[in-house]
Unconditional design. Structure first.
Length: 125
């Protein structure tokens, strides 16, 4: 694969963020150096010089204005597609009627008394 070919790749990334579904376009998507995170770089938004401005895309462009790279938790990612053309970046509500749900997150819970320690709270038995 040539470097010119890799510059033309475009990905649509959909993920949950604070009760909303974000859909953005990026030139680079990878597993990243942080365990459990998807790294997206080189976000692509519409031209600011165009006459017609989409307020939702403008909001996203402002939110990610100075961002070089963003790390999205893997359990928040809904879908990643490689696309041929850029669409409109958008934010939609993840309301109760939506068929899209976040993945459950495992959280280890110890006994009610606090940290179980190396013996699992059994006192080394």
């Amino acid at each position: 694969m040539s470097s010119a070919d890799s510059k033309q790749r475009l990905y649509r990334v959909a993920f949950f963020n604070q009760g909303e579904v974000y859909e953005v376009f990026a030139r680079s998507v990878s597993q990243g150096a942080l365990f459990g995170f998807v790294e997206i770089e080189k976000l692509v938004f519409g031209e600011r010089s165009s006459v017609v401005i989409d307020p939702a895309e403008e909001r996203l462009a402002d939110e990610f204005a100075d961002v070089e790279r963003s790390y999205i938790p893997m359990h928040s990612v809904i879908r990643i597609d490689e696309v041929t053309r850029r669409g409109t970046a958008r934010v939609t509500s993840a309301d109760g009627d939506s068929k899209v749900r976040p993945f459950p997150v495992y959280t280890r819970q110890g006994p009610a008394g606090g940290n179980p320690g190396p013996g699992g709270g059994q006192g080394g038995r």
